[in-house]
Write a protein that binds this ligand. Sequence first.
Ligand code: GCU
Length: 417
Amino acid sequence: MSGALVAASVAQAAEAPAAPPRPTKDAKGNPLRYAATGHVSNYDEAKVGNYSLPDPLVLANGRSVKDAVMWTTQRRPELVTLYEREIFGAVPATAPRVRAEVVATEPGALGGKAVRKHVVLHFGEGERAVTLNVSVFVPAGAKKPVPVVLQMLFSNPPGIPQLAKMPFNDAVPAEEILARGYAYAAFRYTEAQADNAKTHEGGVQALAYAPGQTRPTPGEWGTIATWSWIASRVLDQLETDAALDAKRVLLVGHSRLGKTALWAGARDARFEAVFASCSGEMGASLARRDYGESLDDVAANFPWWLVSTFPKYAGRWSELPVDSHLVIALNAPRPVFVTGGTEDQWADPHGEFLALVAAGPVYRLLGKGDVGATTLPALDTPLISGALGFHYHTGGHVITPADWAAFFAFIDQNRAR
Ligand code: GCU
């Protein structure tokens, strides 16, 4: 380009009227995001597009998975490896050692309904060591080991002073859960591994670094895998408490912690069941389905959640070797409960339901009931007949009381079988 032309185009650019600001919400109030790939959030079922999902029961070499043994010994490990390499990342062999300490036992907690144990997990040693405060409420007077709800929270668990600023205020129905005969254990997910672009500078991840290493290497854990690993370390501790029935620990997480719960359950079969509330993109909702938050949005806004190579799939969803039906299926045959809200289209509740449907063949192969429908059920009508549960609540991006009630009914039915 000649100098004169460059000057002219610069002048033109300077005179061009500023583009009008792009709306950040659609007419119904759904968030609109404009990804670097050019993708704009879609909320129109007619524009979801066509996609085909990887078959859960076909091995990478094309052979069909004929029975439970083939699933367990061939397809399942193959999928775990794909998820570790391409999506969530693997736990490094150098992950820190953990030491647990019960720092206080408080009878008469929750108005006398519970004994509260304050457990501190210490990760690693030395200057960089990290702690995690866990509150465990055991129903007062429990005569035999009780099952446990383990909830990952955005805020500090009850009994631990709240921070000045909390990203999100969880509804913590500890008393209702205790009244159901469960213990309630909880921790704040960011305490041992932060949730921001600088997370690799500290926390559990930094404790695993080789000398000179400053961030997880490609294929090593993103923070969702780190938080999942932390949940398993809390489970290790719950296993040592004679008041608890550690074979019946239900892992609960909302939103990004719903994503975390699904992967934790996939990796650690000691969790009896998982409740993934409004888990959305890279949680239960299908990534190939163009609705609400997209893979491109996650890759741009939360790259530290996943392996460092994950952003290569932005705009190339069909090249993903997996989709969310497979992280659900990795929990099989254990129960998985998924919820979505009418006012939370960002998380694509319909896409979550379709992922449950697509995980069905694995549950059936393992002798379990699937989600029990192939089309989206009526609102506020839980599907809890099988080992895949679904509830589409009227309301927003929260765990509602009706979600909890449906979840416990779902668990009771699964245990009764
Ligand atoms: C954002 C993010 C979601 C996530 C949610 C949450 O909305 O885009 O993927 O689930 O935060 O964790 O609340």
